[in-house]
Design a protein around this ligand. Sequence first.
Ligand code: NI
Length: 164
Amino acid sequence: MAIRALCHLPGDTVLRQKATRVPSIDGSIQQLIDDMVETMRQADGIGLAAPQVGVPLRVIVLQMPEEELMVIINPEIVKSDGEREVTEGCLSVPGYAGEIKRSVSVTVKGLNRQGKAIRIKATGLMAQALEHELDHLDGVLFIDHVKSRDKLYKVEAGTGPEEL
Ligand code: NI
């Protein structure tokens, strides 16, 4: 495993690309997943999408507090319900947090790292994290959801919301 460099705004245009589907889960994808997990943990994040380490492929990892590590390849949101206001941060937009709206619950389908089809229903922070990471795969960042300038503010390292 290796820690990979995190991509940031501005400058890393891979963050604005639409990522492509993983055609086959080979050794390079397993390596990518291992490196993403290590990079996420080292950065104290609770989620990471492959474009954040410069790889425009549809792979996400999540490590929610008190939960098992989750890896989803080619994830898709199949259902979302409700709306709630959250404060959100992103490892690729360091130093900022924003107040945005996210769904209360989402259902996501995709493949696990063994290539098995999985379906996950999540609520609360996990639903927020899934929407955030799925956005990354389409080149969307949380700042795009901020509706007015006063809902985006600077935070000092370690004092903001969980980073995704
Ligand atoms: Ni992010």
